[in-house]
Structure formats: structure tokens, C-alpha cells
Write a protein that binds this ligand. Structure first.
Ligand code: SF4
Length: 307
């Protein structure tokens, strides 16, 4: 027996269809994310994310490298979207996000991917970097529902979100998994050309938490709630303490958090001296210790042997 995902009720009450109309209308003068490029994507114009009307997917399949409660035994059903609204200089997926590696697909095709992943035993549908394709992805969910989709949707985003767009996802998304990349405007401007990143991210994460609360895990599998990722960068470039203080003091000390250690210098990171190496074991450990001091101890980060 599965926990009923929230989009099924929205579908039955006609709210899903209304929200799809509202989301598509935003594409006419795109303000899906805080870039607010105001290009007409329905007519094929492109803004910072270099994406027009049609979905572009780089790959899909069961993924066993995501967080434990998303993976379980059957894997997380990832669908990797091409392009990105943030475009960080050190992007760890730059072939997909910056270079546009992927294939244009229809909503029907993405609906079939979801059903395929469900049949293969995945525990969720995990949209990776979905922000710039929000209307098209919600439409694909609507197409997949009559085909039998019943898995929770994971909104696996970079955290540079327009809170008005996130409000429209209320009743559709069960699991939000935003990054919080930076704790101030300086690095956000320097490495992602988004000086308002932390402010917009905080607004969005507060709204996500209001909608779904702390992460609920049943028999080892996440069914609903918020999961936050924070990538540790070398030389404290991410200003991790400010990020963790925000989570502990303004979201919840019970937040499921993944403090990630896998940063490696790729793409244009070599242009910045401070980004040219991996964070040291000590730097990573200091961030984990900081989280613990602030009362954040939920997540596999805190179960690793060295902690
Ligand atoms: S989703 Fe793309 S086009 Fe729309 S505001 Fe963001 S970057 Fe600009």
C-alpha cells in the first residue's frame, strides 16, 4: 500500500488543471524563477536558462546515489532536465546544465518515463533541476495520472526559486529537495551571477516547509516533506554557518539535511583560485560539527563513521 501523493487529490478536484494553466501563462513573459527574464517562451524566446517551450531531458533511470530515504531498495526514479536557471561557474553537472546535453521530448514521453520508473520499483519520481520547466513537468504529471502514476514527486532544485512559482506547486509536490548554496550575496553574485540567491532561496524554503513540513519517513522510505542539501565549498566560500543557522533557527532543527562533500573543481572553477581544490577533510568536518552545535543532526551526514 502506498501513501497517497498530494497531486491525486488536486487532479480529482480540478485544481491541477487550473494550476497548469496559471503556470503556462507565466511562460508568456517568463518569471518562473527570480531571473524574471520576461521572454515569451511559448513563442520560443529564451532567457538565461536557454529553454523555450519544449521539455529537454538528458537521461532518466533508477538512481542509487541519492539520499538513503529516497533510494530504499528500488532506487529514486530520476529524470534529469537539461539546462539550468542558475549556471554556477563550478557546476558539477555542467555538460547537462551549461552545455545543453539532452533531447527535446514531449510531456507524453516524460509521462511514460514516470510510469516506466514506477514499474521498475522506484520509490519516487525525482525531477533533477526542474525549475525552468515547471509548467511542462506538472503537465507531464497530469498526463501520467490516468496511466496509474502514484509515486510522490521529488522537486530536486537549485534553490534559486520564485516563491510565487513554489506557491503554485502546493498540492502537487510531496517532497522538496532544494540546495542552499550560499549564505550571502557576495559569493552568489561571483559564482552564480545571482546576488539575491540567499534571499530568494530563504523565501522559497520557508514556503516549501509550510507546505510539506519536516521529512516523513515510513519503513525507511521518504513519503513527504523537506530535505535540504548543502554543498561544502573550499575556503568557506559557501558561508556554511549562515546557511545552517537559517535552517536551524527559521525552518526546523528536525530538518533532514545532507551536507555534501563531493565538490570537485570542474568547468570554470579553475578561473577562481579559491575554488581550485576539493574541500579538506577538516573543512568538511567543521561544517558538520557546526550543524551539530546548532542542533541539526538529522540525515545520513550525521551517521557517517568520522562524525
Ligand atoms: S525560468 Fe529561464 S527564462 Fe524564466 S525567468 Fe528563469 S532563467 Fe529566465
Amino acid at each position: 500500500m502506498f501513501m497517497r501523493p498530494t497531486y491525486l487529490d488536486s487532479y480529482e478536484h480540478g485544481e491541477l488543471n487550473e494550476k497548469i494553466d496559471k503556470l503556462y501563462s507565466i511562460l508568456e513573459s517568463c518569471e518562473l524563477c527570480p531571473r524574471k527574464c520576461r521572454v515569451d517562451r511559448l513563442r520560443g524566446e529564451k532567457g538565461t536558462c536557454r529553454s523555450g517551450r519544449n521539455l529537454i531531458v538528458s537521461s532518466f533511470g533508477p538512481h542509487f546515489g541519492e539520499e538513503d530515504p529516497l533510494v530504499g531498495r528500488g532506487g529514486s526514479g530520476t529524470i534529469f532536465l537539461t539546462n539550468c536557471n542558475l549556471l554556477c561557474v563550478y557546476c558539477q553537472n555542467y555538460e547537462i546544465s551549461h552545455l545543453g546535453l539532452g533531447t527535446p521530448v514531449s510531456g507524453e514521453e516524460v509521462a511514460d518515463y514516470m510510469i516506466n520508473l514506477q514499474k521498475r520499483g522506484c520509490h519516487n519520481i525525482n525531477f533533477v533541476t526542474p525549475t525552468h520547466f515547471t509548467p511542462q513537468l506538472v503537465k507531464a504529471v497530469e498526463i501520467a495520472i490516468p496511466k496509474g502514476l502514484h509515486l510522490p514527486i521529488v522537486w530536486n532544485c537549485g534553490g534559486y526559486e520564485n516563491v510565487e512559482t513554489i506557491k503554485l506547486l502546493d498540492g502537487i509536490i510531496d517532497i522538496y529537495m532544494p540546495d542552499i548554496k550560499y549564505g550571502s550575496a557576495g559569493p552568489a553574485e561571483k559564482y552564480s551571477n545571482a546576488p539575491d540567491y540567499f534571499e530568494r532561496c530563504k523565501e522559497a524554503v520557508r514556503e516549501m516547509h509550510r507546505q510539506v513540513g519536516d521529512l516523513t519517513i515510513e519503513k525507511g522510505i521518504a513519503t513527504r516533506g523537506l530535505l535540504i542539501r548543502h554543498l561544502v565549498l573550499p575556503n568557506n566560500v559557501a558561508e556554511s554557518k549562515t546557511v545552517l543557522k537559517f535552517i536551524a533557527e527559521e525552518i526546523s532543527k528536525n530538518t533532514y539535511i545532507n551536507i555534501m562533500d563531493q565538490y570537485r573543481p570542474v568547468h570554470r572553477a579553475y578561473e577562481y583560485e579559491e575554488l581550485r581544490r576539493r574541500p579538506s577533510f577538516e573543512e568538511y568536518g567543521m561544517v558538520v560539527d557546526l550543524a551539530k552545535e546548532l542542533g541539526l543532526e538529522r540525515g545520513e551526514t550525521f551517521r557517517h563513521a568520522f562524525c
